[in-house]
Design a protein around this ligand. Structure first.
Ligand code: FPP
Length: 221
């Protein structure tokens, strides 16, 4: 969800103003995903590297998360949305972790769109924690027999299908340590639109672009 800071700066405002406006884009895209029956919508809201931002900005982003969780419960229940947070949650504050746990438990049986918020997440961290978990659970012989798909249950995304489409806003052309393992065959869509300007029409445009892709998974058709 890139470009919040630049969007605010272009308007002579503080970066945090862009993040607040970015929440409106989250609402719009989630509403569209529900309308279209999309099963999973994942948002890269805060990376492990984002902890290195100025403390004020980190606090604002965590505050926004907390505020959204507080405000959105009724909406999620009404729209049958399941809420999931994935990432290194040991770095989040107790208050936020408790609010996340409550929201995940309350929406856990909903069967519509699953909204996954990646918080304090990085792809390299995910692969490493999966390896550690596998090493702690499996015997050496089993590890030596492992196929690539055998690591999937140890990743934080266990049980979640690999993403079909990855959208990156604001003209950035890199993956920035997002789902490195899971995006092996994901289709990428890059747009110059800044995240706060990425609303329903822009989302639909990305989905239409995806619909015209020819996915071969390395095979010949
Ligand atoms: C990247 O833009 C954006 C973020 C690091 C934060 C995204 C968070 C939200 C939109 C709000 C909370 C999310 C949810 C799910 C309620 P940037 O700050 O890097 O902007 P720049 O590239 O212009 O500097």
């Amino acid at each position: 969800m890139d470009g919040n800071g630049r969007w605010a700066k272009l308007r002579g405002k503080e970066r945090v103003y862009g993040h607040s406006e970015g929440v409106e884009s989250v609402r719009a895209c989630l509403e569209k995903a529900v309308e279209l029956g999309i099963e999973y919508l994942s948002l890269y809201a805060f990376s492990e590297e984002n902890w290195n931002r100025p403390q004020e900005e980190v606090d604002t982003l965590m505050g926004l998360m907390m505020q959204c969780i507080g405000q959105e419960l009724d909406n999620f229940m009404k729209n049958n949305i399941r809420f999931v947070v994935l990432g290194n949650r040991t770095r989040l504050g107790d208050g936020l972790n408790e609010a996340i746990d409550r929201m995940m438990a309350t929406t856990g049986s909903n069967t519509g769109t699953t909204l996954i918020v990646f918080l304090s997440y990085s792809g390299k961290w995910d692969i490493l924690q999966a390896m550690k978990k596998a090493a702690a659970t499996l015997a050496l012989g089993q590890i030596q027999q492992m196929k690539t798909e055998d690591l999937d249950p140890y990743l934080v995304t266990a049980g979640v299908p690999d993403p079909d489409l990855l959208i990156r806003t604001s003209g950035e052309l890199r993956i920035s340590n997002y789902m490195l393992w899971q995006t092996a065959y994901t289709e990428f869509y890059f747009t110059d639109t800044l995240w706060p300007d990425f609303r329903k029409p822009q989302f639909v445009q990305a989905l239409e672009a995806y619909a015209s892709r020819d996915r071969r998974y390395g095979k010949v058709k």
